[in-house]
Design a protein around this ligand. Structure first.
Ligand code: HEM
Length: 320
């Protein structure tokens, strides 16, 4: 009997070890023993940066999205181009656009100081995104961790998998579905556009050529975004016209008034299948926060490297 019990315990141990390898799951307490001060370290670098410039909180939330949509949440986005290595930073959706990298590097440096070689850049980005949302007034959630960092990046993946602002509802839905996210997740996650700014090149067509836009709003955006391509391309406007540094449900209120800055945003309220969900979030910020959190957790689960795959980068900008 004793021998049999030992065999059972032993085989369970082997099973647990195997499961802990390549297919390990993310978990909320992942660093509770190996880096108990991680959150304090993250906040020590992140909070002053967002307090200095609130927009960078928005930029970090977007970095997490652009990381997870390209070969999973593996910090591939954070890798710099190097000789013989093409990263994602200069792909179309990121070039002259993705920002906040220096803040992620500062957060990683603070975490390295607390626990050298333990916490991945992919997890630093995941927790920094959640902490940014909270800092700007949005919901908090328990972030699952245990991701490891890639040794590769995908320039083509960044160009093909991240939705462009010219997308229609069907295209947005299918690009999210390709990452295992539903249309409901997509509509809730798009609420991140309640914070941050966009460049004229990304909303020019919408404010000059689209008809599903409030005329007064379109006019008000035009002086700072000249009609001809190449002039004022990088001029900025808020994605949420009232409060681009506060995380609430104003984004959806803009959509029902046809005051979305991006064509893709207005697609969520355009007489199609997402209208009811947009109206729900106009009526209930709690419902938006609940579904946004669900979406962020699901997005954080996209194809992570776990177990012995990948590495824990020392410096997020390059592989070890
Ligand atoms: C649904 C499809 C989406 C499209 C087509 C889209 C497109 C864009 C575009 C074009 C910009 C402006 C970039 C620039 O002009 O430089 C932007 C900004 C932003 N996006 Fe999205 N986005 C989408 C979904 C998301 C999601 C899921 C998140 C996060 C959960 C997100 C977070 C942000 C934030 C926070 C900004 C402002 C960044 C800043 O101010 O630096 N977006 N997005």
């Amino acid at each position: 009997m004793a021998a049999r019990a030992i065999v059972v315990v032993f085989s369970s141990l082997i099973l647990a070890l195997v499961a802990g390898g390549a297919s390990a799951q993310l978990s909320t307490g992942f660093y509770s023993d190996s880096c108990p001060d991680m959150l304090t370290a993250v906040r020590s670098a992140l909070h002053p940066a967002i307090a200095r410039e609130r927009r960078v909180g928005a930029s970090i939330v977007r970095l997490f999205f652009h990381d997870c949509f390209v070969q999973g949440c593996d910090a591939s986005l954070l890798l710099d181009d190097a000789s013989g290595f093409q990263g994602e930073k200069n792909a179309t959706p990121n070039k002259n656009s993705a920002r906040g990298f220096e803040v992620i590097d500062a957060v990683k440096a603070a975490v390295e100081k607390a626990c050298p070689g333990v916490v991945s850049c992919a997890d630093v980005l995941a927790i920094a995104a959640e902490e940014s949302v909270v800092f700007l007034g949005g919901p908090s959630w328990e972030v699952k961790m245990g991701r490891r960092d890639s040794t590769t990046a995908s320039f083509n993946g960044a160009n093909n998998d991240i939705p462009p602002p010219t997308s229609g509802l069907a295209n947005l839905t299918s690009l999210f579905a390709a990452k295992g996210l539903s249309q409901k997740d997509m509509v809730a996650l798009s609420g991140a556009h309640t914070i941050g700014l966009a460049r004229c090149t990304n909303f020019r067509d919408h404010i000059y050529n689209d008809t599903d836009i409030d005329a007064g709003f379109a006019k008000s955006r035009q002086p700072n975004c000249p009609p001809s391509a190449g002039s004022g391309d990088d001029n900025l406007a808020p994605l949420d016209l009232q409060t681009p540094t506060v995380f609430e449900n104003n984004y959806y209120k803009n959509l029902v008034q046809k005051r979305a800055l991006l064509h893709s945003d207005q697609e969520l309220f355009n007489g199609g299948g997402a209208d009811a969900q947009v109206r729900e979030y106009v009526g209930s910020q709690d419902a938006f926060f609940r579904d946004f959190v669900t979406g962020m957790i699901k997005m954080g689960d996209v194809a992570p490297l776990t177990g012995s795959n990948g590495q824990i980068r020392k410096n997020c900008m390059r592989i070890n």
